[in-house]
Design a protein. Structure first.
Length: 226
């Protein structure tokens, strides 16, 4: 069965081009051109992923994303005309799984989308329940609790935490975390992992020693502090 993708962009030429390329790659595509319709489609139909432009009319992409995350966890790829930290940070903070800056090549868009779908696919095989301090991570169900309270994580945040908590004390580079959690190669000046880590720290709180669970390894990456 073909994967179903919702594409929301204000420019019909963009959605036509994206839809054509995705359909040639075997995806079923639904295209919309404003935020209100995008939100209605996202909440009332089942999609495997959503490609969401930031500059949508009626409701902008961030407003749509925030409303989506109040109800469903469908993977969302933010499409932005500006390759800067502001859009990425806002998007990640309210639940985006990844981003891509316009203009982009159709090949890059498909690669990002396939990577997003791969890493959000659930697999119950060899995925244990991990308990460290007040944190419990059910890797099969992709559920995390802190002090017995469920915590909502984006798919990317969960993937990062899963990688770190399975090997406490082991430092992972930003390159390794990007490949595992985001399904793509790390590039210079890419702060996506840093933003996700910051969000994770806010959600996880501190350990019994009042230290952050995730420590920075300067000039390298991060480790889980057990």
């Amino acid at each position: 069965m073909n994967r179903k993708i919702l594409v929301a962009d204000e420019d019909p030429e963009v959605t036509t081009l994206v839809a054509h390329y995705l359909e040639t790659e075997g995806f079923d595509v639904t295209s919309v051109h404003d935020g209100e319709v995008a939100l209605k489609k996202a909440l009332n139909q089942s999609f495997d992923a959503i490609i969401l432009d930031v500059l949508l009319p009626k409701l902008n992409g961030f407003q749509v994303l925030k409303s989506i995350r109040e109800h469903i966890e469908t993977p969302v790829l933010i499409l932005t005309a500006r390759d800067d930290d502001i859009d990425r940070t806002i998007g990640f903070e309210i639940g985006a799984d990844d981003y891509i800056a316009k203009p982009c090549s159709p090949r890059e868009l498909v690669a990002r989308l396939r990577a997003l779908l791969r890493r959000t696919k659930k697999s119950p095989v060899s995925r244990p329940v991990i308990e460290v301090g007040n944190i419990v991570v059910d890797c099969a169900q992709r559920i995390i609790t802190v002090d017995n309270q469920p915590i909502e994580l984006t798919n990317a945040e969960f993937n990062i935490l899963e990688m770190l908590i399975k090997s406490p004390g082991q430092a992972f580079s930003k390159e390794e975390l990007t490949e595992y959690a985001l399904g793509r190669e790390y590039t210079a000046y890419d702060r996506s992992i840093d933003v996700h880590i910051s969000n994770l720290r806010n959600k996880l709180g501190h350990n019994s020693d009042e230290e952050e669970w995730i420590k920075t390894v300067r000039g390298f990456g991060y480790l889980f502090n057990s």
